[in-house]
Design a protein. Structure first.
Length: 121
């Protein structure tokens, strides 16, 4: 009976975990200045979004990462400098984002990348 409860609990957790990531869409990025360092391995973070919630994943710690999000007319919607840990995703929500085309930019030290994404609610 205990084994059945453990299996059932595991299945429920897996189901809800997979549901929480099901709506995320990957944002294709352009690595404008995200070149490889000569002394370390270069890693490009993964950016996804679920409507107006954006997620950034990294395999390395990114201290003082600057994030900006702009709409199609260039109006700044979000700007923040954060530290992203390699053990968890970083997420943020922009409340006043409606349908449209958007640009996200990441700047880390002398590295820069950007990606365009669309919200069609």
């Amino acid at each position: 009976m205990k084994l059945l409860i453990v299996i059932f609990s595991t299945l429920i957790v897996e189901f809800f975990t997979s549901m929480s990531y099901a709506e995320e869409k990957k944002i294709e990025v352009t690595e404008k200045y995200w070149f490889e360092d000569t002394r370390s391995v270069s890693y490009i973070p993964t950016i996804t979004h679920d409507s107006n919630t954006l997620y950034i994943y990294s395999d390395i710690i990114l201290e003082n990462l600057n994030i900006t999000v702009k709409n199609a007319t260039g109006m700044l919607l979000y700007s923040n400098t954060v530290t992203i840990l390699n053990t968890q995703r970083y997420s943020f929500t922009i409340d006043d984002m409606n349908k449209g085309e958007f640009l996200i930019e990441l700047t880390y030290r002398k590295k820069y990348l950007y990606g365009h994404f669309n919200i069609s609610q």
